[in-house]
Design a protein around this ligand. Structure first.
Ligand code: ADP
Ligand code: MG
Length: 677
């Protein structure tokens, strides 16, 4: 029996070579193939009368050939064959290049379907190089045909051929509950899959989209909310808010901002009540989220609990380690750092001490999630820059002690209405205030003509003993983008311009310890100018850096630009951001203007959403959410709201989806989690 999980290699027409090409597109199984939806459609289903032809557009006509017009040689290697056709409403001339064979194929007096662009020429409709098929033997014409995103060596026919072999086998189980299908009159899964590839009409296509978008968003919310419903039922630790923690806050080198204080209060109040804690702290870059983690984790320590903080990069983990040690070690807190580059024996030690309870705070990268990381008494988990991690990773940490509090911190601002749905399983705190004394970063966008001026400006900052970042987008030169400034090339160029200064190069393909070495040297002001890819995007803190220049700024999302800009302006110095826009397009300058106009991450995120749509911003694929192939939570906000309501109602009634009617739904969710493992 044919199953969805079967390999595509069993299909006719797919040999080892083709199979590899399909793999390139991420298609391995029949399921992958069926879920590879068309990019667009060619619609020749609507027959138009010649007298109603839409000039300049593709039309489908049903015609009878009345005469051969001519075979004409235009020049060497180019002949023109043309026929006259009519459909009762008017006449049209059909002409074909280098198609001499048509003379014997096309029969005067017979009927054909013709699909092509109509022009008005010499007093009649003329269609150049149309597709033409015998009305009694239609293959492609007369219907809506799918057009797929291809890769070299695979043509559209290869897709159609493969998909048509299985499209009628109804391989999917219906995963949505019957009452949902009825409530919205959604078509069933197999029907929807069939229709998204081969819509029988425009209406049918819309039905298919509706059903599939609903399903994607429903599963999306279910995967988020299922945890919440389970979390809320679990016991949580009751913490005592000890006086020592207030003394600690009072003795900090700075006063907490109002925003920070509010968040601390909110979390303390939950901790005191023994309420299960799952909270998202959103705060713009530099709003001071780390200190909140330090305070909460110190309170956990005072209550005899261990805690952990997970960061997306080693650089950031090390930086956290430094801040934690500085503030907490004098108070007797034992802190350890566990990252990918920790040696085996050091790791052994850490894991032993952790299990015995002689480490209070563990700081690290996703190395923390590993199964052999066992805490004796875990009280608090903090996940920094949560958009880099997924729901699944969060759950894995949580599973180390289900009673522990989970706090996730993010500098990626998302409009509140949307985050209520996207992070529906989390309580949300937003820090709106910035620490006092911060000078807003001055941002300017430049083109090639201003490059020298900009570089000289950077030089003048370096001469005042400040430091600078230069950000480029990729490592290798990429033929696709003529103007792309590769990081190594820029580094070489700048080395001569900035002779006398120490330059560093940083990119994602370097080994972890090399990267750390460079970053440490930059942090210690042994490197004056750091040329880097976006690996520095997340969270690094070098207060002495006062300029960041971003090459090919047009290629970055606004939110990324804003994150990058946040690398400067972290100290007492006036800081600058130079956006080097190598594009001449108007849109790119509009985007630059948003950046130069505003320093407000939420404003920028909203604009970014408007300009780019949703997918890019959250990177849903990486962040462990179900794939959204058709749905866009931003555009489809209303469907998202309905789906969220439905999911809540179902979970309220049956939090573990144990009822028989949720059998396939449950399996889908389980598959989804195991896919990520
Ligand atoms: P982010 O929210 O981007 O993670 P950080 O926690 O790294 O920001 O804080 C940025 C800088 O601001 C750090 O150097 C930190 O010590 C400092 N800082 C945090 N809170 C305050 C405050 N209330 N007043 C002054 N400086 C602060
Ligand atoms: Mg941070």
């Amino acid at each position: 029996m044919v199953k969805l999980s079967d390999s595509i290699k069993n299909l006719k027409g797919i040999g080892p070579k083709k199979e590899k090409l399909f793999h390139k597109l991420g298609i391995y199984s029949l399921e992958d193939l069926l879920l590879y939806y068309p990019r667009r459609y060619e619609d020749s289903s609507k027959i138009v009368r010649i007298s109603n032809a839409i000039i300049g557009e593709k039309n489908t006509f049903k015609v009878r050939i009345i005469s051969k017009l001519q075979n004409r040689r235009i020049r060497k290697g180019l002949t023109l064959t043309s026929f006259l056709a009519e459909d009762g409403s008017g006449e049209a001339e059909l002409s074909f290049f280098n198609a001499f064979y048509l003379n014997s194929k096309i029969k005067i007096g017979s009927e054909y379907l013709v699909y092509g662009k109509a022009e008005f020429f010499r007093g009649r409709i003329s269609i150049s190089s149309p597709e033409i098929e015998d009305i009694h033997n239609l293959k492609k014409l007369g219907k809506i045909s799918p057009i797929y995103n291809l890769t070299e060596g695979l043509n559209n026919f290869a897709f159609e051929n493969a998909i048509s072999q299985i499209i009628n086998l109804n391989l999917f189980e219906e995963n949505l509950p019957e009452e949902i299908l009825r409530k919205y009159s959604l078509i069933n899964k197999n029907h929807a899959i069939k229709s998204i590839h081969y819509p029988s009409s425009r209406k049918n296509y819309i039905q298919a989209r509706e059903r599939l978008i609903y399903e994607e968003l429903f599963l999306f919310e279910l995967s988020i909310l299922k945890n919440k419903f389970q979390n809320e039922r679990r016991d949580a630790i009751k913490f005592e808010i000890k006086d020592k923690v207030f003394n600690f806050i009072k003795d900090l080198p700075f006063k907490l901002t109002k925003g920070q204080q509010n968040v601390v209060d909110e979390i303390f109040s939950d901790m005191k009540k023994g309420k299960s804690i799952n909270r998202l702290i959103q705060g713009d870059v530099g709003s001071g989220k780390t200190i909140i983690a330090i305070i909460i984790m110190y309170l956990a320590y005072l209550n005899g609990y261990q805690s952990s903080i997970m960061a997306p990069t080693e650089i950031l983990a090390k930086q956290h380690f430094k801040s934690f040690v500085e503030l907490l070690e004098p108070l007797g807190v034992k802190i350890a750092l566990l990252i990918g580059s920790t040696t085996k024996s050091a790791k052994r030690d850490i894991l032993d001490n952790l299990e015995m309870g002689s480490i209070d705070i563990l700081i690290g990268t996703h190395a923390l999630i590993e199964e052999n990381v066992i805490f004796r008494k875990l009280g608090v988990n903090v996940i920094d820059e949560q958009h880099r991690f997924g729901v699944l990773q969060r759950n894995m940490l949580q599973n180390k002690n289900k009673k522990a509090a989970t706090i996730v911190m993010s500098a990626t601002p998302i409009p509140r209405s949307l985050s209520l749905v996207l992070y529906a399983d989390l309580d949300i705190s937003i820090i709106k205030t910035m620490p006092l004394g911060r000078k807003p970063i001055k941002t300017i966008a430049i083109n090639e003509n201003m490059l020298d001026k900009a570089l000289n400006f950077i030089k003048s900052e370096l001469s005042k003993n400040r430091q600078a970042y230069v950000i480029c987008s990729l490592i290798e030169e990429n033929e696709d983008y003529e103007n792309l400034q590769a990081v190594e090339k820029v580094y070489d160029e700048l080395k001569s311009f900035f002779s006398g200064y120490s330059l560093g190069l940083l990119h994602g393909k370097m080994k972890a310890d090399e990267k750390n070495k460079i970053m440490t040297q930059f942090a210690e002001n042994k490197i004056n100018l750091l040329v880097s890819t976006t690996v520095v995007e997340v969270g690094v803190n070098v207060p002495n850096a006062s300029v960041i220049m971003i090459y090919n700024a047009e290629r970055f999302g606004l939110s990324t630009l804003h994150q990058l800009r946040g690398r400067v302006g972290r100290g007492e110095y006036q800081s600058y951001c130079i956006l080097y826009n190598l594009s001449k397009s108007e849109v790119s300058w509009e985007r630059m203007k948003i950046m130069t106009d505003s320093n407000d991450g939420f404003y920028i995120a909203n604009k970014d959403l408007e300009l780019r749509g949703f997918g890019d911003i959250l990177g849903t694929r990486q962040s462990g959410m179900p794939n959204l192939r058709l749905a866009d939570p931003f555009r489809d906000e209303i469907i998202l709201k309905y789906a969220t309501e439905d999911v809540k109602n179902i979970l309220e009634e049956d939090p573990n989806l144990e009822s028989k009617k949720y059998f396939y739904l449950n399996r889908e969710i389980a598959d989804f989690y195991s896919d990520l493992n």
